[in-house]
Each structure stands twice: as C-alpha cells, then as structure tokens.
Design a protein around this ligand. Structure first.
Ligand SMILES: Cc1cc2nc3c(=O)[nH]c(=O)nc-3n(C[C@H](O)[C@H](O)[C@H](O)COP(=O)(O)OP(=O)(O)OC[C@H]3O[C@@H](n4cnc5c(N)ncnc54)[C@H](O)[C@@H]3O)c2cc1C
Length: 333
C-alpha cells in the first residue's frame, strides 16, 4: 500500500475484493457513487489493484460461470478486477479491522491504513473452508484435495473419493459426488453422522456410498496428486491406509463476519441474515453479499448476483438518506 487511506469519505465502502466485492465495485462505479473497495490481500501498483479475487485465487478451473466455458480461477479474478477498476471505484489495499456505527448512522471502517467513512457499507469479506490441519492437506490442495464438490466433482470421473465430515454438507456433497465417482467413502470422527436423518438415509441407500466411522484422517499422502489417506480409528487406535483419487473436506466454513462492532443478525453458523430484496443486514446501511451471507449455496454466480442487488440497493439507500437529510430529517439511518 503506497498511501495511507486515513480519513476518507465515501458513499459506499466495499469490504473485500473477491467476486462479490469486485462486482459491487463495478456496479458502484457505473452508478457514479463515490465508492472504495478495500482488499486485505491486495497491493496497489501504479493505481491498479493486484492480488484481488478472493477464493478464485485458490481455484483450479471454473467451468460453471455462464459465458465462460472454462477458465482458471486466477485468470477470472484478473479479468474481474480489471473490469471493476474501469468505472472509477477507488481500489485500496488495506485490512479492515473493525466497522463501527457512529450515533448519526455513519459507518466508520477502521483499517490498518486509517479510517474510511461512509453512510453505507457492503460486506463482501467471504470466508474460508475450515481445514483439517493434517500433513499433505495444504501441499495437495487443488490437486486432489478440495473443499467444493460442485466446483471440482466433475474432475473425478470414475474415481474413488473420500469425503471427510459427518454433517449435512458432507453427506449431501458425498451423494452429489456419486454422479462422477464410482465410490465415495465418508470418513467421520464420530460413531454416528451428525447430518439430518433424511440426508443420512439417502446416503446409506446409495450403493456407491460407504462409511468409515470413529475415524480421523491423520495425513493426506501423494506426490503432486492424492494417492491415499492415513487413517486412525479413535476407538481402537488402529492405523490404516485408504487409497483414493481425491478427498473432499467438509468440516465447516468460517465466514468473515466478525468485523462489525455492533450486533448484526446471523444464523447459527455465523452467516449474516439479509433482506432477500436488498441484501441489507439488520443494521441499516450495512449490506452483505457473497459467502458471508446466509444462503443455500456458495458459488461465484451467487456472489456476483448478491453483490449486484446489494450495490443497487445501497445506492438507492444512500440517495434516499441524502434526500431525507436535505429535507431536515436527521434520523440515525
Ligand atoms: C477450492 C475452491 C474451488 C471453488 N470452485 C468454484 C467453482 O468452480 N465455481 C464456483 O462458482 N465457485 C467455486 N468456489 C466458491 C467461490 O470461490 C466462492 O463462492 C466465491 O469466491 C465467494 O466470493 P466472495 O466474494 O463472497 O468471497 P471470497 O472469494 O472469499 O472473497 C473475499 C475477499 O475479502 C477479503 N477480505 C476478507 N477479510 C477482509 C478484511 N478484514 N479486510 C479486507 N479484505 C478482506 C479476502 O482477502 C478476499 O479477497 C470455490 C471455492 C474454493 C475454495
């Protein structure tokens, strides 16, 4: 970051530069509002933001983004960033540490480079799949270790896959993966699945799904692609090896929803609850889009759609607030 961003005023501040944030920046620029996007992992070089794209940067191939038959995640990130920058939204490389709401409703976005102030904020800070934290997981990510069945399942035609986890996501995704794989083994650390009975039953009835319970993965093994898992039975302590072509890990997702210092309504897993028409959270003027939002699925297409709605709604909200203020209504919104 070349300059500190200290004490700047905008209409909308966008927190996070993944697909949702970049879409919000594009629409804000085209709406001609004074907007800034703040990305923690970026760097601004010659006025251009580099390193944005969020989870796209960890994604091998995207084959389900309409209009683009097949593209590497980092390439899509670069195109989205360039397109977003064309229309005038200011791109800042800084990490947002806290968002506070002043008594007059102004949102103060505190970053490691200074403060940004705006009546409206769109939170697009995404999140990260929870990791197992075992040897081989990081090294083989993208070459057999995956956290997204919808995204990567089709790359494993005819394979034997492992799914780690016992909740709804793990069981649902295991069944989904049987569209591609010959065999899917669900590995769960407890003796019973945590998933809803109806989902567990569907998995049990599927002839391609089998289970290894009371078992944890201790290591993911392979050289440039996944070959096997080292397993340990937590009851007997017995160690074994399972040969697989890939492993899908569904042990939770951690949304980056801890930034606002006032209460924002969220679901039990911590995702923001939003108005379906506007993407506004329970805090007036704070909107949320993409993977931070409570919804059925988390995809690039949904992130982009959410952000479109959120930005148009935030723009109208800022204009309406300004109109009310001009008319002498000084309410907190
Ligand atoms: C391995 C993998 C493969 C996938 N494959 C596909 C696929 O094939 N098709 C598909 O549709 N989807 C796929 N997905 C899902 C898709 O990538 C996500 O749904 C999408 O990226 C969500 O976009 P987002 O903008 O909401 O969040 P993110 O992509 O998570 O972006 C959030 C951004 O916010 C920034 N940020 C976070 N905290 C702060 C902070 N405090 N201050 C400033 N910036 C911050 C982050 O650095 C990041 O750049 C895949 C995901 C993974 C992990």
């Amino acid at each position: 970051m070349a300059d500190r961003v200290a004490e700047r005023e905008y209409d909308i501040v966008i927190v996070g530069g993944g697909p949702a944030g970049l879409t919000a920046a594009l629409y804000a620029g085209r709406n001609k509002v004074r907007a800034a996007l703040v990305e923690a992992k970026g760097a601004v070089v010659d006025g251009r933001l580099l390193g944005a794209g969020g989870q796209l940067l960890n994604t091998e191939l995207i084959e389900d983004y309409p209009g683009v038959r097949s593209i590497l995640g980092p390439d899509l990130a670069e195109i989205m960033t360039e397109q977003a920058q064309q229309f005038g939204t200011e791109m800042l490389a800084a990490s947002v540490e806290r968002i506070r709401v002043d008594p007059d409703g102004t949102k103060v976005v505190e970053t490691d480079q200074g403060e940004l102030r705006a009546p409206a904020v769109i939170i697009t800070a995404g999140g990260n799949p929870r990791k197992l934290g075992v040897p081989g997981e990081a090294e083989l990510a993208g070459v057999g270790v995956s956290y997204c069945a919808v995204c990567d399942g089709a790359f494993f035609q005819g394979a034997h896959l492992a799914v780690v986890g016992g909740g709804d996501a793990a069981v649902e995704e295991a069944v989904f993966l049987t569209r591609f794989a010959n065999r899917v083994t669900i590995i769960h650390r407890r003796g019973e699945l945590r998933a809803q009975p109806i989902l567990a039953e569907e998995a049990r009835r599927n002839p391609k799904v089998d289970f290894i319970l009371d078992t944890v993965v201790e290591a993911i093994e392979g050289d440039r692609k996944v070959k096997s898992l080292r397993l340990r039975n937590v009851v007997s302590d017995e160690v074994s090896s399972l040969e697989v072509g890939g492993v899908f890990i569904f042990v939770g997702f951690l949304p980056n929803t801890g930034l606002v210092d006032t209460h924002v309504d969220h679901d039990p897993a911590g995702y923001y609850l939003t108005d379906p028409l506007t993407m506004e959270t329970s805090v007036p003027g704070i909107f949320a889009a993409g993977d931070v939002r409570s919804q059925l699925t988390r995809q690039v297409t949904t992130a982009v759609g959410d952000a479109t709605t959120a930005t148009i709604a935030a723009t109208k909200w800022v204009e309406e607030r300004a109109r009310r203020r001009r008319a002498g209504d000084e309410g907190p919104r």
